[in-house]
Design a protein around this ligand. Structure first.
Ligand SMILES: Cc1ncc(COP(=O)(O)O)c(C=O)c1O
Length: 472
């Protein structure tokens, strides 16, 4: 495997002695030539490396820990399959993700269904597979009971809590910028069962013969790269567990603390490029498991399973996006150079939705000294700024630029705005390269549209016939 990087971005992506970006054993510029651009590239072995690191960080501190990959971060089937082969369970949101997660062979005992306003299709699929359903609202229970009765199978249920997290009242988020996190989780968050309703719901689940109460869940989301966020979640959730134990004698079979683990690199990543030195897997694990173990011990809660559902922390650095340089222009009044690329915000949607920065490098001159400051523009008819004021060596038409760390929330959020076909995805494993998502065609872009017969255009003569008609 290509471990002899001159400079490594991670275990499987780095810069070789010639200054070229390499994914495992394959030169990134050659990948762009072979598969065309824009193209997402995934390193299979980085998936294994990331799952192994998070698994070791948690199980070495609390052996009954399990890593569930948040399938939303990258729902490509081959990617999901490798996560499963690497030992990750799955957090699925909605029927599509549940279907993909199960299709990839993930052990249903380590699959959880999250969702807001779940529909019968996904509830039924979860019950039939034996995956746990995380209730998000009191009246969702009626739907689960109805579907469970219909299938004749007992539903495994977890309660998703709406924690108040007052310990975060003075901590500021970096996205959305400047909001106090405690207020943010209470005021701009639709998820979870209100604490006022929790005991009633718990009692109803415990009493119903077609439901089995197995877990407690909370997902806080990514607000800032700060351990205090996850500390507050564990602390508040353990208080909830103690309340339920005192009232009903119920002890969860598992605690699922969700995802939201910020991930960064020193060159910058994430909202406003702020994720430069995020906590490591070991630091997250130490903070969470020490509090968790202490609470279990103090309140006699046994030794339940501990689950986490990282998305970005497991998948960001498994992939890059390769894009080709086209036009260049200079605006003398504002002293700006604009470079046109063939990738767009359609393919890196977090730039638009959460001010994301993905670090760009020129694939065959990664470590060359920057000589100019440029704006990287995309071919879309909206602001379409992939990155502003970035320092790069001079690039010319045909050069390949790689955006690093595009493994999470890029392919899974990609759009067709401006009727643009979406890119292919290639998986690299050692020196092997395989297409795992086909590049879309113009036919794909129009495939779902229907033109009612009454709106059909009149048949027009072929163009060469028209030019004959028009000629004198
Ligand atoms: C329930 C749940 N779990 C896990 C995740 C993954 O979050 P992240 O990618 O920030 O780790 C999400 C993201 O929205 C989520 O909603």
């Amino acid at each position: 495997m290509g471990k002899n990087y001159f400079r490594a971005f991670n275990e499987n992506i780095g810069v070789n002695e010639s200054g070229h970006l390499q994914v495992e054993d394959v030169d990134a510029t050659q990948l762009a030539e072979k598969f065309g651009t824009p193209v997402y590239v995934i390193s299979e072995n980085q998936i294994y490396a990331n799952v192994k690191r998070w698994h070791a960080a948690f199980t070495s501190r609390y052996p009954r820990s399990e890593i569930l990959f948040a399938t939303k971060a990258n729902n490509n089937l081959a990617v999901r399959r490798v996560f499963t082969l690497a030992g990750a369970g799955g957090d699925a949101f909605g029927p599509g993700e549940l279907y993909l997660t199960l299709l990839a062979g993930t052990d249903p005992d380590r699959v959880v269904l999250n969702g807001f306003n779940k529909q019968d299709q996904e509830i039924r699929m979860a019950i039939e597979a034996g995956a746990a359903i995380h209730l998000d609202a009191p009246d969702e229970l009626e739907d689960v009971i109805r579907v469970a009765n219909d299938t004749g199978i007992r539903a495994r249920i977890g309660l998703r809590t709406r924690l108040l997290l007052h310990d975060l009242d003075h901590l500021e988020s970096d996205w959305p910028p400047g909001i106090k996190i405690g207020r943010g989780v209470r005021e701009i968050n639709k998820f979870g069962i209100a604490l006022d309703d929790l005991e009633t719901v718990c009692e109803r689940v415990l009493q119903n013969p077609v439901t089995e109460l197995v877990g407690l869940h909370h997902h806080v989301g990514r607000w800032a790269p700060d351990l205090k966020i996850h500390e507050a979640v564990v602390k508040d959730q353990m208080e909830v567990a103690v309340r339920l134990k005192d009232r009903f004698g119920w002890i969860p079979e598992y605690f699922d603390f969700g995802g939201g683990f910020a991930w960064g690199r020193s060159e910058g990543h994430g909202p406003l490029g702020a994720d430069r030195g995020s906590p490591t897997a070991e630091e997250f694990a130490e903070t969470m498991t020490s509090l968790f173990r202490e609470a279990l011990h103090t309140h006699d809660l046994g030794e339940p399973r501990l689950m986490i559902e990282p998305g970005r922390a497991l998948a960001s650095d498994i992939g890059i996006l390769l894009t080709k340089v086209g036009i260049r222009k200079w605006f003398s009044d504002v002293h700006q150079t604009w470079i046109g690329l063939d990738a767009s915000e359609n393919h890196l949607l977090n730039i638009l939705s959460s001010g994301f920065y993905y670090h760009p490098v020129v694939t065959d001159r990664v470590d060359e000294q920057p000589t100019e400051t440029v704006n990287l523009g995309d071919p879309l008819c909206w602001f379409g700024n992939l990155a502003l004021n970035v320092q790069l060596p001079r690039v010319e038409r045909g050069d390949i630029i790689a955006f690093l760390d595009t493994g999470a929330y890029c392919e899974s959020k990609s759009l067709q705005f401006n009727a643009m076909p979406r890119p292919a995805t290639v998986m690299v494993s050692g020196s092997r390269t395989e297409i795992i998502t086909e590049r879309e065609t113009l036919q794909d872009v129009t495939r779902r549209f229907r033109l009612p017969a009454r709106l059909m255009p009149e048949p027009t003569p072929p163009i060469n016939a028209m030019s004959k008609l028009n000629s004198p």
